[in-house]
Design a protein around this ligand. Structure first.
Ligand code: ADP
Ligand code: NA
Length: 332
């Protein structure tokens, strides 16, 4: 039996979005506050699977750390660190490259979504990314992985890698971690069209709400969000073919801590002329304090680096013995 332990990560590949907040950060804080052991990682080795400007990467890593802290991650209660500072991630990642099968990797939809038809020019690292993600999780014997919907397949691959390793070497060493995908906003869609997810790594999407946006910018982006002329329906069924409307209802539900059904009960019959300002108000009330706190933290980058350094010092002694035991199992 493995003791309950949570691991999750976010790539410092750009400014964090409302999607990252509702699908990941907010829930990371909830898990920490439930008193479960929580380990959170800025996965910079994942970020470089697509080219990153070095100065920007440094800046984005600090900014992502500031977002965790501003959202409520307490570096005393959670371990918060930067992936590249604990080299065991890369080491176990290589080992898992030798466990994962090409056929498994070929089925990863996120790789296909990201590279489209241009796979010849994608980095080998981008292709192998899910195997490194398995290493991130299993290096801590994590049992639960809070993520957004888009990462579900990668956590399932992690389970497959753990099972194959255990089977190949006749051990019961790695746990089968559970994806924890809960809440009303497990997949926040772009405000531009409601059919693609809101992502920090999509620079072409100007509609995306960033955690560093000020109140006016947030309100303007919600005002401009694509919608339809129909009023809100009474039940979720009525949102089936209305992806933009459904997205805004889900965002409101997640921000207010209500069920989407309850949101509809409150707003049924109302048009977006009324709903959008209410949504903007709650988005601003939630995000503006985070943005302000991030600004305050970013004024002292040395302090952020110190917190991340301390986090790495706490992650290392958990990770290293698990890597060493893995090497031993392999005959190394
Ligand atoms: P991105 O796709 O924005 O570059 P990451 O790949 O770093 O973000 O993902 C960090 C976490 O945020 C993951 O748990 C992921 O599932 C979650 N996440 C990312 N985008 C969204 C979204 N639009 N809605 C909900 N969760 C999301
Ligand atoms: Na992602």
């Amino acid at each position: 039996a493995f003791k309950p332990r949570i691991f999750s990560g976010i790539q410092p590949s750009g400014g964090l979005t409302l999607g990252n907040y509702l699908g990941a950060l907010k829930r990371f804080v909830e898990k920490q506050d439930e008193g479960i052991e929580t380990i959170y990682c800025l996965v910079d080795l994942h970020a470089i699977t697509v080219w990153q400007d070095p100065d920007k990467l440094r800046q984005q890593t600090r900014e992502a750390a500031a977002a965790f802290l501003a959202a409520g991650i307490d570096p005393k209660r959670s371990v918060l660190f930067n992936q590249s500072q604990v080299s065991a991630h890369a080491e176990l990642g290589w080992i898992f490259n030798c466990v994962a099968r090409l056929g498994w990797m070929n089925r990863m939809t996120q790789f296909k979504d990201k590279v489209g038809k241009n796979s010849e020019n994608a980095s080998l690292g981008l292709y192998a990314y899910p195997s490194l993600m398995a290493a991130d999780i299993l290096l801590y014997h994590a049992t639960m992985v809070p993520v957004g919907e888009d990462q579900k397949q990668h956590v399932e691959l992690t389970r497959d890698i753990a099972a194959k390793f255990n089977h190949d070497f006749g051990v019961d060493f790695f746990p089968a971690p559970e994806p924890v995908i809960e809440g009303a906003a497990t997949r926040v869609m772009s405000l531009r069209d409601g059919t693609r997810k809101m992502s920090k790594s999509d620079p072409s999407d100007a509609s995306r709400i960033n955690l560093t946006d000020d109140a006016d910018t947030i309100a303007a982006k919600i005002r401009k969000a694509k919608t339809d002329p129909e009023p809100l329906p009474e039940t979720l069924d009525g949102l089936k073919d209305r992806p933009e409307a459904r997205n805004l209802v889900n965002i409101y539900a997640a921000l207010s801590g209500k069920m989407p059904e309850a949101v509809l009960a409150e707003f049924a019959g109302q048009g977006f002329g009324l709903f959008k300002p209410v949504l903007a108000d709650i988005a601003v009330a939630t995000l503006a304090p985070i943005s302000a706190e991030m600004g305050r933290l970013m004024a002292d980058p040395a302090e952020i680096d110190r917190i991340l350094g301390e986090g790495a010092d706490r992650a290392e002694p958990i990770a290293r013995p698990i890597l060493n035991r893995t090497l031993d199992i392999l005959g190394m």
